[in-house]
Design a protein around this ligand. Structure first.
Ligand code: NOJ
Length: 708
């Protein structure tokens, strides 16, 4: 789709000097400091800049807010399109990760909504707000698969499942980019690839990823991003099996360009061109630049390795000028697709902020997961007194999550304010001994406890908060936990003291109101976990789609082996606290039998594109209207290589009224039943497949089909 401009681009490139070409590969930092402004203008005038990143540091999300200055951006652009040698416009980038002025739930929370169309709408809102401030390009979606909640950046990920990640990729990219019309942003799928597998959750660390895992677990989200027409990809900081990714031809060219068919351009992560030097696979900065450009990393974020070295490298014939041309071509493809040559300047656009806030509140409510609700503790009655306590009652900033540059804490309501609006100030007490039957305990972690370079070695609830939980329990009142975290925490020690637990995450500008919508029954909870919750830190990694253990028990699914349930650990079972796909609501659903259009299929028919349908009816047998997320899992029972116990291959989320029966239909074919071999080829094999349909990954409701 990006190649349609290539003839025009060839003409532009034929007029460019080598210096100017190298300038296109250079991204520098924006600044409002008058001395730096002049320096930046001078560089632009000389054709030394392709892009500006509107951020002050590499981990800007948790920095104090730095706002964007549209007038200044237009001044820079004016220099580029009037005074630079070939008048090529600049592209302005900013980390608009999950919101701009209006902040939406952190991506990990969003992925628990299992609601792609709402996510798409929200990202379209975000694009409107950001482009109105002059931003063209954002470094989102982050598509790193992550199985380790110690890793601080799990908050930015879509969780542990490749299928969910693929759906998120599609929704976010469609929402951000549309057809690159006014009010849209160029998206960036990041981090390519494997960053989420950092050993033990230590940020920027080594990863070990087999080729089988690469194709079947890590690449599907990026495959979906490329299919969805993503304009750019960011290379990752990590190495895989000892090979720095951004300087690897295998990952950047053979996999990303040839295997996935990506036509846009690759930007390095911040200063990442220099990483081979630190990792001990390059002798100096020039060596790093040579390796990265030859591998296929097109633009250098911020640390000037390309602009300082590429010209000499071409002269020394270590880098071919055609390689530079290719990188320039890919960058110009995106600049042209975004329409920057016709409309280089930014102008404010009119948008409906109220609608954005409403969408943020809807998505927040759909992202929150009800983990426990004994004796129907929730929903709460509005006309009863409530004790509202805990460190998160008055918290604002943390609700916006750890990567927000433009969200404003002072515009974010806290839980106390939202409670007052919902039930009236007079009903709320902040004393643990107050006159009420129910205590709502607002606990969590701050935005400074997660995010980039903010990992944790222990993901349990802090001692201080544990003590508060025990004090609340000792009152004999009902205890409702509302937990505001950016990652799964290990709840084994405290779960028993709660009557109900709502996992509210850091869900953006409207977090507090969305919590009230759920607690007081305006909305039935409908979030489902996109990531497994371990009982304790020591159980990490734990994920539902693991390969089958041979000799020991299948810990996740709690199977018994030779009568020894505890064979995984001497000190406890290794089944999850809450499994993937899990989440309660206020009603109950009853599932009918699964029916399959066909139970025996020929391999060649499926190879030739034939598909078949599975159906199940779900009845709402409770009293509340609610949404159910029906999940389809596949198990390839015997294959030529080990296959996972279950893999999510479809989901559908629908509102079902009390007494109503709703039909859910899934279509399966080659894509859902096959898998990648370690050489990257896709294979479908004969044999039996168990097809599970149910409410989470532990479902045992299944039908078996045979491929003959
Ligand atoms: C480093 C982060 O890894 C990346 O995700 C982000 O987009 C860049 N910094 C730019 O701020």
């Amino acid at each position: 789709m990006f190649k349609r401009f290539d003839t025009l681009i060839d003409t532009i490139i034929s007029r460019m000097s080598l210096d100017e070409k190298i300038g296109q590969l250079n991204q520098i930092c924006f600044s409002t400091d008058p001395k730096t402004i002049d320096h930046i203008k001078d560089m632009i005038r000389k054709g030394q800049v392709g892009s500006l990143i509107l951020a002050a540091s590499s981990t800007a999300g948790n920095d104090d807010n730095s706002s964007v200055n549209r007038e200044l951006l237009n001044e820079f652009q004016h220099v580029a399109v009037n005074e630079s040698p070939n008048k090529i416009p600049l592209v302005f980038a900013r980390d608009v990760i999950y919101g701009h002025r209006t902040v939406y739930p952190i991506p990990l929370a969003q992925s628990c909504s299992f609601n792609s169309s709402l996510i798409e709408e929200c990202y379209s809102d975000i694009a409107e707000e950001a482009s109105s401030d002059g931003i063209h390009w954002t470094f989102s979606p982050m598509l790193d698969l992550c199985r380790d909640p110690r890793w601080g950046r799990i908050i930015e990920t879509p969780g542990e499942d490749p299928f969910v990640a693929g759906k998120i990729a599609q929704a976010v990219i469609k929402g951000f980019q549309g057809n690159f019309e006014k009010g849209k942003l160029v998206a960036c799928a990041k981090h390519f690839i494997g960053y989420g597998a950092s050993e033990a959750g230590r940020d920027y660390h080594h990863t070990e990823i087999s080729d089988y895992s690469l194709y079947n677990y890590y690449l599907p989200a990026f495959r979906s991003a490329v299919k969805s027409g993503v304009g750019t990809v960011m290379s990752s900081f990590n190495d895989i099996n000892g090979e720095n990714v951004g300087s690897s031809r295998f990952y950047m060219n053979d996999i990303l360009r040839e295997h996935l068919g990506f036509e846009g351009f690759v930007i390095s992560d911040w200063g990442a061109v220099r990483l081979p030097l630190r990792q001990g696979t390059a002798v100096n900065d020039a060596d790093c630049a040579e390796q990265c450009i030859n591998a296929g990393t097109d633009m250098d974020m911020v640390e000037s390795s390309y602009i300082n070295n590429l010209k000499a490298l071409v002269e020394e014939q270590r880098v071919a000028e055609q390689t530079i041309d290719k990188a320039v071509k890919r960058i110009l493809r995106v600049k042209l697709a975004k329409g920057l040559f016709e409309n280089p300047y930014c102008e404010a656009i009119v948008f409906d902020r109220q609608k954005h806030l409403q969408n943020s509140r809807k998505l927040a409510a759909e992202s929150m997961v009800l983990l426990k609700n004994d004796n129907k503790t929730l929903p709460l009655e509005k006309d009863k007194n409530i004790i509202l306590i805990g460190p998160f009652v008055n918290e604002r900033r943390s609700l916006l999550g750890s990567w927000t540059l433009d969200g404003r804490a002072e515009e974010t309501q806290n839980l106390y304010e939202a409670f007052c609006e919902t039930v009236g100030k007079e009903r709320i007490s902040n004393s643990i001994c107050g006159n009420a039957d129910t205590i709502v305990l607002a606990l969590g972690e701050t935005n400074q406890m997660n995010g980039e370079a903010h990992s944790l070695a222990d993901i349990s609830v802090t001692q201080e908060q544990k003590e508060l939980i025990l004090r609340a329990k000792a009152t004999g009142k009902r205890v409702v936990g509302v937990l505001f975290y950016g990652r799964p925490v290990a709840l084994e020690d405290v779960e028993q003291y709660f009557d109900a637990i709502l996992y509210a995450w850091h869900s953006g500008s409207c977090t507090a109101h969305a919590v009230c919508d759920i607690l007081f029954g305006k909305t039935s909870p409908s979030g489902r976990l996109s990531v497994t919750f371990p009982k304790k830190t020591g159980h990490i990694p734990i994920y539902y789609n693991a390969l089958r253990p041979g000799k020991t028990v299948n810990a996740y699914y709690g199977d018994v082996w030779q009568g020894a349930l505890s064979a995984c650990y001497i000190d406890g079972l290794a089944n999850p606290m809450y499994p993937f796909g899990f989440g309660l609501t206020y009603t109950e659903f009853s599932y009918g039998e699964i029916t399959a259009e066909k139970q025996e299929l020929s391999l060649s028919d499926i190879e030739n594109g034939e598909s078949f349908k599975l159906k199940v009816s779900v009845k709402n047998i409770g009293e509340f209207s609610a949404k159910e997320t029906v999940q389809l899992y596949v198990c390839d029972k015997v294959a030529s290589v080990m296959r996972p116990l279950k893999e999510l291959k479809g989901y559908l989320k629908k509102q079902i009224e009390p007494g109503e029966i709703s039909d859910f239909e899934f279509e399966l074919g080659k894509e859902q039943l096959g898998f990648y071999l370690k050489d990257g080829s896709f294979k479908l094999e004969k044999g039996e497949f168990d097809l599970y349909i149910g409410e989470n990954c532990l479902t045992e409701r299944k039908i078996t089909v045979k491929i003959i």
